[in-house]
Design a protein around this ligand. Sequence first.
Ligand code: ATP
Ligand code: MG
Length: 357
Amino acid sequence: METRKGKPRILTGDTPTGRLHLGHWVGSVERRVQLQGDYDCYFLLANMHAFTTRADQPAEIRRDTIEIVKDWLAAGIDPERSTIVLQTEVPAIAELTWYFAMLLSFNDVMGNPTLVHELETKGLAGKHSFGFPMYAVGQCADILAFRPVYVPVGEDQEPHIEMCRKAARKFDQLYCGVPDRTRDEDYEKAGGVFPIPRALIGRVGRLPGVGDGRQKMSKSLNNAIFLSDDPRDVQKKINRITTGRQSPTEPGDPDNVLFEFVEAFIADEGRVAELKDRYRRGDNLGDGHVKQEVAAAINTLLEPMRARRAQFDRPGGDDVIVDIIRAGTGRANATAEETLYMAKKAMKLDFGRRVLG
Ligand code: ATP
Ligand code: MG
């Protein structure tokens, strides 16, 4: 799809439930930074969705919203080239959520494996709000409001993107007369309002956390290394990884969490192969040494981010961030309102075009 800038669009985003961590970097943010030049990028702050689990913590949601933007800028997202979108100030998203909620079945939503898994791991099963599962429907609207071709996300998001694709197909078939055997890439050509967007999974689709076990690194699970952590915290957290290996001369199986970090963060492939080989043979390579190399590699990655972040971590820094959010959201509303109008026209709801602002 061509845009006003003549580039195909991308949308993705994060929920302000905490700061960004290394899982976000390898799963999605690294990709975003790389794609900014060739795509018209929209990066969404899903602050409305943060209320699904933290309705009693509005101040924390506001703080995390601002912190995530600092993390994005620190990571290399350029607000001049990319559009930063605040979900709660884009009314078209909330409206589209209602329409998509009619196109997905109750079982589609409640059976979504990521949603089911989140209810379990976040201790919400049996006590979640009515609104919690709505976020999955809302996410279809977040994405489709911008009619993107790609959605760069981590592996856990695949079921959500599949649901979004389903909603888009259904809408185009029902209201735009697109035949149901149309190939996904041809929906717009066939008269559909919505393209069928594709997930772009990051270099590492699922980074584990630093706790025990292989849970994914997550803001909500207290097992994350944050992009804004200082070098000592990085080392301390890496030291929390357990492998069960007893001594540097014990042959080890590098199919473990520690080596997932080695592969994700040590850029030199020759060195990675050498470490794995020596680990397998028990060639005098202790876990402690591997952890030091991993922490050093992570700190090399994070150092320029810390320097960029420091520009905003000072008095007045938050105001600069709020201005960036406002400017991006203004641009985003132009696109989302256009989409909403197209959708409403297709649904015979075009009783006059609304102007925001
Ligand atoms: P929460 O605990 O609030 O769900 P989260 O840490 O899972 O937070 P999200 O805001 O849900 O983070 O995810 C933002 C993006 O980062 C998504 O594209 C998601 O797939 C990706 N992501 C999150 N955690 C990881 C991870 N451990 N590995 C790879 N990608 C990840
Ligand atoms: Mg999540």
